[in-house]
Design a protein around this ligand. Sequence first.
Ligand code: MN
Length: 368
Amino acid sequence: MKLGLGLYRHMLDAEHYRFARQCGCTDLVVHLVDYFKGAPPDALHNQPTGGNTGWGFAGDPNRLWSLEELQNLRAQVEDEGLCLAAIENFDPAHWHDILLDGPQKAAQLEGIQTLIRRVGEAGIGCIGYNFSLAGVAARITGPLARGGAMSVGTDGGDDTPIPNGMIWNMVYDADAPAGTVASIGYDELWRRLEGFLDAVLPVAEAAGVTLALHPDDPPFPTLRDTPRLVYQPALYQKLIDLNSSRANKLEFCVGTLAEMTEGDVYESVEKYSAQGKIAYVHVRNVAGQVPRYHETFIDDGDVDMLRVLRILHQSGFEGVIIPDHTPQMSCAAPWHAGMAYALGWMKAALTTIETESAQSVAQSVKLS
Ligand SMILES: [Mn+2]
């Protein structure tokens, strides 16, 4: 397994790349969607949470990420001794009508195909995405983690309909006519996903890019009057079975799985890693499940994370694991301290697992 760090768009600079290296990372997962436009400086330490306008405004609908910027990004990351393992998330500006089955769907599918080709041409092997209408919404922020560390959670859902012009918890059209996003059922949501996968997976395969789906966080059955896609662990299997492409994989979020009301997180890790379907892993601990949980420090929630990492190792998973989010620590650099704490813990866990594994190999050689 490889240790990585996820960086938001405003963190894509040499200082943050060096911070990742200093924490023992070999890989980065980067967000090109900007969830922090116009946010006050102290908000940049936290993960985006947002109010009525969600995470704010989506990007430029007429400007896809260019081949040149993707190549430059990769070169800058590699200059600091890191690999660029994945881009995480599509911009709502580029795919809102794919999610909504709207009039620009065909054009946006072509745009996403173009984007996937560019990502492949830039030598980046994976795109993480979250096929969700409501996105990451209905969360609370507070001193919820150990020692009063600021963290996020949920305290009941939110089924107020999404206003027109908003999707995936971002505003893509501030001038949209009054009204709300149409209510749909689960079958329609899965039909939209299937159409998306049919259109993009052949392109992804040809481009050498894996598409990795994040489950719905928070995993309520419905949120903002819309159905959720993967809100129980077994629904990940439905995604895998929907399209047999080798490019169809999982952005495997341990925290989100732990928030789900069904299943067992260790069985889920075993089941999906055994199929070789995990592209990369979000490592995060939580206390509780929907409708009420909060995110915790990596060593402090309901999940025995060492056990999770052991299962991944035993299944032969060799991909990247990154901290998903962490509580903010009480100091001048709350984000950095939280990430350094999580990465230090993960690095120690990986070293322990690899050492044990090498010892057991040596032992069996000796016995034979
Ligand atoms: Mn996650």
